[in-house]
Design a protein around this ligand. Structure first.
Ligand code: AMP
Length: 277
């Protein structure tokens, strides 16, 4: 497994692979790898000649300093996991490699960047757009793999490629969960065992709402979701929304395909999850 730390070397390596007409699959991550990340790598390995995983805790996408400082970092364990999976290349840049100059670009990604997570985490999606665009320029992948756990991010990256002419095929991969139903996340490491049990109610609430999707309208489904989550007083609800899965807006048509999107805090840890209904 090749470990690359500079943008220049990464780009040169990627160009060489392309010259050999090898297909590059890419998985951008912030490390503290779990089975969710590893499933993306396995999918990439099955669909490409070369799989590149990046590990970079991107400062520009954190809208809370505390969240950035506490974000789990465990590079040695990550490298071991990637090696075991036979990932071909790991790109581990430092901040200067990604942002030689401070990043000041404001991306215009339309409504998708402004609503829901965009509203609750000001600046977050601009940071995601800038790091993804920069990484795509350095890794020049054919295919890039994103988890549907961050569903709005997945739509945002597709929009980034469309609006900014990035020629990368964006592939969404299913949410990997703990046995309890809790969606895997690097931030779960910051939860106590009791917190994890409490947080598994997020999945249970989503599932209960899915089970009655044909009986209620979207507002009633949202109220039900909030009521179910509220039965755990330790869960601080930011939102429980039922929206059109294409536009992330309230459904306007009874045939619209729906998704429930949730953000909560358990203690100081912010968790998001979702489910197609
Ligand atoms: P992160 O390291 O949190 O930035 O995540 C890197 C990639 O892994 C993103 O595309 C995430 O959506 C994806 N991911 C994170 N958690 C999961 C999960 N539980 N299941 C599937 N994909 C995930």
């Amino acid at each position: 497994m090749l470990i690359i730390t500079t943008a220049k070397e990464m780009l040169q390596h990627a160009i060489k692979q392309r010259e050999k007409e090898l297909k590059i699959g890419f998985i951008p991550t912030m490390g503290a790898l779990h089975e969710g990340h590893l499933s993306l790598i396995e999918t990439s390995k099955s669909e490409n000649d070369i799989t590149v995983c990046s590990i970079f805790v991107n400062p520009t996408q954190f809208n809370e300093a505390n969240d950035f400082n506490k974000y789990p970092r465990q590079i040695d364990a990550d490298l071991l996991k990637l090696k075991t999976l036979r990932c071909d290349v790991v790109f581990v840049p430092d901040v200067k490699e990604i942002y030689p100059q401070p990043d000041t670009i404001q991306y215009d990604l339309g409504v998708i960047s402004e609503i829901i997570e965009g509203e609750h985490r000001p600046g977050h999606f601009n940071g995601v757009a800038s790091v993804v665009k920069r990484l795509f320029e350095i890794v020049i992948p054919h295919n890039a793999y994103f988890g549907l756990k961050d569903y709005q991010q997945f739509l945002l990256v597709k929009e980034l490629c469309r609006r900014y002419g990035l020629n990368v095929n964006i592939i969404g991969c299913p949410i990997i969960r703990e046995e309890s139903g809790l969606a895997m996340s690097s931030r779960n490491q910051l939860l106590s065992q009791k917190d994890k049990e409490i947080a598994s109610n997020i999945y249970k609430s989503l599932l209960s709402v899915k089970n009655v999707v044909h009986e209620y309208n979207y507002r009633q489904l949202e109220s039900l979701g909030v009521r179910l989550l509220s039965s755990s007083p330790e869960i601080d609800i930011e939102y429980f929304l039922v929206v059109d899965k294409e536009t992330l807006m309230p459904p306007t048509d009874k045939n619209a395909k729906l998704i429930a999107l949730v953000a909560v805090r358990v203690g100081e840890v912010r968790l998001i999850d979702n489910m197609f209904l």
